[in-house]
Write a protein that binds this ligand. Structure first.
Ligand SMILES: Nc1ncnc2c1ncn2[C@@H]1O[C@H](COP(=O)(O)OP(=O)(O)OP(=O)(O)O)[C@@H](O)[C@H]1O
Ligand SMILES: [Mg+2]
Length: 267
């Protein structure tokens, strides 16, 4: 019986926090390190992850190159049981061999399949931007003091799922809140969010890590399906892109994924 793949779920019921962009970059980063990766898009309406990988495949064809990537699919409208069966097929590798990681990209709204995927994650990645609008999804803060007043429904849901999992399956869920698209100009807001996240992370038990900073290149890569890691394909890269690539490597290292824990690349 092959080892079940490690499930990495990108979820935040808020739209536009960088789930799909981060999911594709992490998937490709793992593939570059030799992991076999499957990517499932749970947003059949938007299909960003799916279309990103489709564009990537098209670029490979057009340029006659072979780039590391993922087996990818959209899961469209089925039940939780069907989704689990699809994952099992990926895990046992009916088609192309068993995979090490299944990456789920979920829609930026409440959705039963996304919830299911989140509660079954081995690593749950919740990207958020530095804004209390995004923070609201995890917890609510006091209007005057910015102290956390209470957990959000979503945080409660994950909190309960982790407890059940730890008791039942003895499989831990690592919840990582990733701060994406941080602007370096807004120190006061950042500090307030830092404080609120620190307070909440102790209560709920998530970790906080830096994600991808705000860079135009992330918006430009989609049509080609390329990522910052596809060195030979991007032409001359300026310093800021090299820094961005380093940020991505650090993010992957901080996810502490199995088989990669002690392999943090040189900073
Ligand atoms: N680090 C970044 N810097 C600049 N732009 C970014 C960055 N990350 C994502 N974007 C852009 O922000 C928009 C939203 O990103 P993305 O689609 O990854 O978010 P999402 O959380 O998946 O959204 P949704 O909830 O709609 O699925 C896109 O236009 C994307 O190109
Ligand atoms: Mg998305």
């Amino acid at each position: 019986m092959p080892k079940p793949p490690h499930r990495i779920v990108f979820a935040n019921e808020k739209g536009g926090t960088g789930k799909s962009t981060t999911a594709v970059h992490v998937a490709v980063a793992l593939a570059y390190r030799g992991a076999k990766v499957a990517a499932i898009d749970l947003d059949p309406r938007q299909r960003t992850l799916y279309r990103y990988f489709e564009n990537r495949r098209e670029t490979e064809r057009r340029r006659g190159v072979d780039l590391p990537g993922a087996d990818f699919a959209v899961f469209d409208g089925g039940s939780v049981e069907e989704l689990e069966r699809a994952i099992e097929r990926l895990a046992t590798g009916d088609l192309t061999g068993p995979c090490d990681f299944v990456i789920f990209d979920t829609p930026g709204r409440d959705d039963p399949l996304a919830r299911h995927a989140a509660t079954r994650a081995d690593t749950l990645v919740t990207p958020m931007n530095d804004s209390f609008v995004d923070f609201d999804l995890i917890g609510q803060v006091d209007a005057e003091t910015f102290k956390v007043r209470r957990l959000s429904f979503y945080a409660e849901l994950i909190f309960e799922a982790r407890k059940t999992r730890a008791l039942k399956d003895r499989r831990e869920m690592d919840w990582v809140v990733v701060r994406n698209r941080v602007h370096h100009i807004d120190a006061r807001n950042q500090r307030r969010i830092d404080d609120a996240l620190n307070e909440l992370s102790k209560r709920v038990g998530f970790r906080v890590t830096q994600g991808l900073s705000e860079r135009v290149i992330y918006r430009e890569l989609f049509p080609s399906g390329l990522t910052l890691l596809d060195k030979g394909q991007l032409g001359e890269l300026g310093t800021s892109h090299l820094v961005a690539r380093q940020e991505l490597r650090e993010l992957v290292a901080k996810l502490h994924l199995p088989g990669f824990t002690n392999r943090a690349e040189a900073a």
